[in-house]
Design a protein around this ligand. Sequence first.
Ligand SMILES: [Zn+2]
Ligand SMILES: [Zn+2]
Length: 224
Amino acid sequence: MFRYETHMHTAEGSACASATGWEQAKRYKESGYDGIFVTDHFFNGNCAVRHFRDWEDRVAQFCLGYEHAKEEGDRIGLKVFFGFEYSYNGADLLTYGLSKQWLLDNPDVLDISVYEFCDRVHRDGGYIVHAHPFREANYLQEIRLLPMWTDAVEVHNCGNSDQAMNDRALWYSEQYGLPVSAGTDNHHLSVKKLSGVITEEPIEKPEDYFEAVKNRRVTLIIPE
Ligand SMILES: [Zn+2]
Ligand SMILES: [Zn+2]
């Protein structure tokens, strides 16, 4: 059995996070995880990157949290994968399977619609999990569902303040036949309850994660 975090933030990339990429990698290794997906808030979300010279500099700063986690992960034996959390006025889309180079090659990514974004992600081999679709919080104005544009639903998120928000996400996934995943949405080292997924085969590359989710071969980690 192999254990992975699918939704976490770093202080380098997310304005609301306090743990660095190095610290997050270390803590997940110590918590018995085999790998993590770094999913910092993208430029259209609560991103830490506010001052930059140009697109290249903006992307370079954004990827620092992932790079620091990767550096530590390589040292201690933890797989670290790149992702990001794209925001569309209340819909947060965990985007996997792309890279820093993809961001550099798509400097218009903030100018295209969310639909074009989803199309482009899929065209280029990426995968989109709708994070906490039914979360209610003071920074969210609307519940926006995009079942035709996303690949899977995060049906457990430790950042949801009420279990009903997770229950509704599960209901939504069942209504549309969408595969499910789970994540902590971890921002801080102080977080005690960790979520994620357990797989029978190791995840060596992001595609292994998509395949496991699609084929419903993941066990969701639901902390007490
Ligand atoms: Zn955040
Ligand atoms: Zn998040």
